[in-house]
Design a protein around this ligand. Structure first.
Ligand SMILES: [Zn+2]
Length: 456
C-alpha cells in the first residue's frame, strides 16, 4: 500500500470523481460547454444500459456520447459495456464493492501508517472517512471488472453536464478495450506507485478527450491547462476543508491534475498518437508522471539497498514503495506546498516498512534523494523540525536523530543525511476500534534508531 492512502484505493476506484470542482469564477466560456471540468467531478445524470454494440434509438444521449467519445478519441468501439444510473446510496454500495478487491489487511495497514505518520487523527475511522468522501462526491464511475459505467442520478437527462460525463466514462471504456485499463490499475501490493501513474494517465486522457469534445483544441492552451488543473486542486481543498485532511483531499484529484498535465504535454507534441504510445509504454513511477523529461529518458527508480530494520522482537508486516507523489503529499501535510513539491522533486526512491508485535505497530520510512539533490535533505529536515515542533512540542535533543513525542501514536523520530531522510514512528498499540495507545518515548526508541538509521 502507499503510505499516502488514497492512491491505493484509487487504483480500484479509478474513474471516480467529486462534485463541483470547477473553480469559483472560472470562465465557463474558456471552452464551450460542457467542457470545463472532468465530467466525473460534477453532478451527473442517469442513463440506461448502453452497449457499444447495441444502442437503441431511444438512447439518444448515449448514442451521441459514444459517437463523441469515438470521434474525439479516434478509437473504435467494438466491445460491449453496460451502464446503469443509480442513486447515491447505491453508488456508495458500488464504491464499497469495488474496494472489496483490496485485501482488508492492506487497508488496515494503510490506516495504521497514516496514523503513525500523523496524517490522520488517531481516533479517525480511516476507511469510513475515505469511502464516505468518495461516496458523497462521486458522480460517475467505470468498473473494468464489471465492464459497466455507473452514473449518479443527480442531474436532468440530456444536459451538457451529462454528455460530458458520459464522454469521459466512455473514453475509459475505450481505454479498457484498447489498452487493458482494468489490468493496469488492478491493486497490487508492490506496485502502488506504478498503478498511481497508470491511473493518472487514464484520467488525463479521458479528461482531455472530454475537453476537446466540448471546446475543440482551438481554445486549449498551456495556460488554460495550468489554470484548469490548479483551480481544480484549490476548489477541491475548499470543498473538503475541515472534512478530511488535506493530503487525502489532494489525493482525490491528483490523478486528474497530474494526469492532465502529463497527457497535455504528450498531446501538444504528437496528438492522440503520442498518448496511445504512452499507453503502450506508460510511466512506471509517479516521478516519470510528474517530470516529463524523466519519462522520456525512462529514468527508473534506483534500487534502495539495505534490509528492513524494526524495533526489537517486531516482525515485518508489510513493505512497499514510497513514490514521489506519496512524498509530496506527506510533506504537504507539514510544510508549505512549494517546499513539499520542490523537495519531493529530488526523489530517487522510497520505502515504507511496517512492523508488528501483537497489536503493536511501528514504521520506518526511507526517502532517498537524487545524487545531485544538494542540501535538499538537511533543508527539508529543518522545515520538518519547525512544523513538528509547532504541532507536537520541542524535539528532544539527540546527536543521532530528532524526536517528538505524540499522544496515542508514540514518538516520531527523523534524521537526515545528504542522500536520505529516515522517519521512525511508534510503536503504538492498535487494537480494533479503539484509540491507539503508546507507552514508548524518544528515549525508548533510541536502540531501534541506532540500528535503523543508515547514516554516516
Ligand atoms: Zn475518469
Amino acid at each position: 500500500m502507499t503510505p499516502v492512502r488514497w492512491r491505493s484505493y484509487a487504483g480500484v476506484l479509478l474513474l471516480v470523481g467529486c462534485r463541483n470542482l470547477l473553480p469559483a469564477g472560472a470562465p465557463s466560456s474558456a471552452v464551450d460547454a460542457p467542457a470545463q471540468m472532468p465530467p466525473e467531478i460534477q453532478n451527473s445524470s442517469n442513463f440506461p444500459v448502453v452497449s457499444a454494440a447495441v444502442i437503441s434509438p431511444s438512447d439518444r444521449a448515449l448514442s451521441l456520447a459514444l459517437a463523441s467519445a469515438v470521434r474525439v478519441r479516434g478509437l473504435p468501439s467494438r466491445r460491449a459495456f453496460g451502464s446503469e444510473h443509480v442513486d447515491r446510496t447505491r453508488m456508495g454500495a458500488i464504491v464499497r464493492k469495488e474496494l472489496a478487491a483490496i485485501p482488508q489487511e492492506a487497508i488496515r495497514n494503510e490506516a495504521t501508517e497514516q496514523k503513525l505518520l500523523s496524517l490522520v487523527a488517531p481516533a479517525a475511522d480511516y476507511e469510513e472517512m475515505v469511502v464516505g468522501m468518495v461516496s458523497a462526491q462521486v458522480a460517475g464511475l467505470y468498473s473494468p471488472l464489471a465492464r459497466t459505467l455507473y452514473v449518479v442520478d443527480d442531474d436532468p437527462r440530456g444536459s451538457p453536464e451529462e454528455h460530458a460525463l458520459l464522454v469521459h466514462e466512455m473514453v475509459h471504456a475505450l481505454q479498457d478495450e484498447h489498452f487493458d485499463l482494468g489490468e493496469r490499475v488492478r491493486w497490487r501490493a508492490e506496485s502502488t506507485d506504478q498503478t498511481a501513474a497508470a491511473h493518472a494517465l487514464a484520467e488525463g486522457d479521458a479528461t482531455l478527450a472530454m475537453l476537446l469534445d466540448g471546446g475543440g483544441h482551438r481554445e486549449l492552451s498551456d495556460r488554460f491547462i495550468a489554470d484548469f488543473t490548479t483551480g481544480m486542486m484549490e476548489t477541491n481543498r475548499q470543498i473538503l476543508e475541515g472534512k478530511v485532511p488535506r493530503s487525502i483531499a489532494d489525493s482525490l484529484v491528483s490523478p486528474y491534475v497530474d494526469g492532465m498535465r502529463f497527457v497535455w504535454r504528450l498531446y501538444v507534441r504528437g496528438g492522440w498518437d503520442a498518448v496511445n504510445a504512452a499507453w503502450r509504454d506508460p510511466p512506471v513511477t509517479t516521478e516519470q508522471l510528474l517530470h516529463h523529461g524523466k519519462y522520456v529518458t525512462h529514468e527508473g527508480p534506483v534500487p534502495l539497498v539495505g534490509d528492513p530494520v524494526g524495533p526489537k522482537d517486531f516482525s515485518l508486516a508489510s513493505a512497499h514503495t514510497v513514490g514521489e507523489l506519496d512524498v509530496r503529499d506527506w510533506l504537504g501535510a507539514f510544510v508549505a506546498c512549494e517546499v513539499a513539491e520542490s523537495h519531493a522533486g529530488a526523489w530517487e526512491n522510497g520505502r515504507m516498512e511496517l512492523f508488528a508485535r501483537g497489536d503493536e505497530r511501528a514504521l520506518r520510512m526511507r526517502i532517498r534523494w537524487d545524487a545531485d539533490a544538494g542540501p535538499t535533505a538537511q533543508r527539508l529536515a529543518r522545515h520538518l523540525e519547525k512544523s513538528f515542533q509547532m504541532r507536537f512540542g520541542r524535539p528532544r535533543p539527540s546527536a543521532l536523530f530528532h524526536c517528538v513525542e505524540r499522544p496515542n501514536v508514540g514518538p516520531l523520530a527523523w534524521a537526515a543525511s545528504p542522500r536520505e531522510l529516515v522517519v521512525l514512528a511508534g510503536p503504538a498499540s492498535f487494537s480494533g476500534g479503539q484509540l491507539p495507545t503508546s507507552g514508548s518515548s524518544c528515549a525508548s526508541l533510541r536502540s531501534w534508531a541506532e540500528r535503523a538509521i543508515p547514516l554516516p
